[in-house]
Design a protein around this ligand. Structure first.
Ligand SMILES: *Cc1c(COP(=O)(O)O)cnc(C)c1O
Length: 500
């Protein structure tokens, strides 16, 4: 028997393979650590054009014909890529709902990519499927969905899509005895309406569009002054839609809006959904993790009544992208999705008790992301995870109280989770000036690498936002960013007084 060809390129029991794997991983970890220890800014400030030029200089052609030494490639990746990405390990990288991943979840990524299991069928995953089922059971437990079930997804976008999809199938079946899977949309589908708050995630509209209902199907309900869905407006809207002969079939709640982190009145919405026989979906992509916290879990009260639920782990559960879940209150809701493919999940398997998760997913080949959550919970434990989450809420309160005291700032809301929206504001500034100063603050911080904060618009006006996801942030970090913002704003205001 001769030596197998290409042996070292694939992980196996052969010494040439194990040696190469070990060297590769070792060098990679070393390079990553060099990067992390060297890079203290949030961002290098590189432009898209500079990034492209730099890569061309470092790599030449972006594809190599005869291969190169790993060390050389890694070094170029460090200098050309790592250094010019957003440094998510820096606690003042706080623009978006983008978390630093837990170290045990990084270990899990090493394992799950090496095993490369596919979660569609038992015969491609084995015990990996069991882990996902266990994680889903745990989720159903913490969200009190005793008869529930769920599936891991790529994130909130996919989970929300699945919520709208199941709601559409359910209403068509109930109202018209119509099987959308078989027959396509019912002729009256254009009268279906989805109600969400004006602050709901754009994927609610996007899902309606993708699912043939059109964006016209989505009726945004105004929020109250804390950016939560206004119940009087909701009730009035349901009534007037019904009077027009339209069919409000899906109430789409949000537990943690992307801008403000506001949590809709989930309990009242649950009763209204039930009273009007509507499917109740809750998008807890952002806020779902609060369920782990003794102090803040009650903010999600009512979530257990959701027919379907979106949770993201690549936000406040500190998992690497991508990792999310979609849960349903009644396990049999998934039958709307099930398609039996003879090669993957024959009906015989179901009778034999062999789980093929493909029948609960809108994907076929699917990553073993459940292992990340599993290993994180095993190693870190729910208590520490809850403390991390609590600490981010405390820090968000801190930044809000600091901004409130500062003359230069206007705080827009009391943070409900850890997103804080504010702006630089003086009464004697014109609107144009306010806009230009706030944008300058965001851009200057970004380009100097001092911090990454977000900009958003409220009633058309530019505002700034920070999302305190990183539990390692200190009050000193926060104070330094506030100082930096004041300095930039002062300089920018100075330019205005000179030119006007
Ligand atoms: C992040 C987010 C989404 C989208 O989820 P992805 O994981 O980015 O696909 C949906 N809804 C809310 C409230 C979110 O915060």
């Amino acid at each position: 028997m001769g030596q197998r060809p290409f042996q070292r390129w694939f992980l196996s029991a052969e010494p040439s393979s194990t040696q190469y794997y070990q060297d590769t991983m070792y060098q990679t970890v070393q390079m990553l650590l060099q990067h992390v220890t060297r890079e203290t800014k949030s961002f290098s400030g590189t432009t898209p054009m500079q990034a492209e030029e730099r890569l061309r200089t470092l790599f030449g052609e972006s594809v190599s014909k005869n291969g190169k030494e790993l060390h050389e490639v890694l070094q170029n990746v460090r200098n050309g890529v790592m250094e010019h990405t957003f440094q998510i390990h820096n606690p003042v990288t706080m623009a978006h709902l983008q978390c630093p991943p837990l170290v045990p979840s990084l270990a899990a990524e090493v394992v799950l990519t090496a095993l490369n299991q596919s979660m569609d069928s038992w015969d491609q995953s084995g015990a990996a499927t069991t882990i996902e089922q266990q994680m889903v059971r745990w989720l159903c437990e913490i969200y009190h969905m005793d008869e529930g079930d769920g599936i891991f997804t790529t994130g909130g976008t996919q989970s929300n899509y699945m919520g709208v999809l199941l709601a559409r199938e359910a209403v068509s079946k109930k109202r018209w005895g119509w099987d959308v899977k078989q027959k396509g949309l019912h002729p009256n589908s254009s009268s279906l309406r989805i109600l969400c708050s004006a602050e709901a995630h754009f994927t609610c509209q996007q899902s309606a569009a993708e699912l043939g209902l059109g964006e016209q199907a989505v009726v945004p309900i105004p929020t109250d002054d804390t950016y939560k869905m206004s119940i009087p407006h909701l009730e009035k809207t349901i009534q007037s839609l019904k009077e027009e002969g339209l069919i409000p079939f899906l109430l789409f709640g949000t537990a943690g809006t992307t801008d403000f982190g506001s949590i809709d009145p989930l309990e009242e919405m649950a009763s209204i959904a039930s009273e009007h026989d509507m499917w109740y979906h809750v998008d807890a992509a952002y806020g779902g993790a609060l369920q782990l916290s003794k102090q803040h879990g009650s903010k999600l009260k009512g979530v257990e009544q959701a027919d379907s639920l979106t949770v993201d782990f690549h936000k406040m559960f500190y998992q690497p992208i991508s990792c999310g879940a979609f849960l349903v209150k009644q396990a049999n809701s998934f039958h709307y999705l099930t398609h039996h493919a003879d090669y993957l999940n024959p009906e015989q398997d179901e009778e034999d008790g062999i789980p093929n998760l493909v029948q609960k997913s809108v994907m076929t080949t699917r990553r073993f992301d459940a292992l990340k959550l599993f290993m994180s919970l095993q190693v870190v434990g729910t208590e520490t995870l809850a403390s991390m989450i609590n600490s981010t809420l405390i820090n968000a309160q801190y930044i809000a109280s600091q901004l409130e005291q500062e003359e230069a700032f206007q705080l827009i809301h009391e943070p409900e989770i850890n997103a804080v929206v504010f702006r630089l504001y003086q009464e004697n500034w014109s609107e144009e000036q306010t806009e230009s100063i706030n944008l300058a603050v965001r851009n200057e911080l970004l380009n100097s690498g001092k911090a990454i904060i977000a900009r958003t618009r409220i009633n058309g006006k530019v505002h700034l936002k920070v999302t305190i996801l990183n539990p390692t942030i200190t009050t000193k970090d926060i104070e330094e960013v506030i100082e930096a913002m004041k300095i930039i704003a002062g300089q920018e205001a100075g330019k205005w007084s000179k030119t006007n």
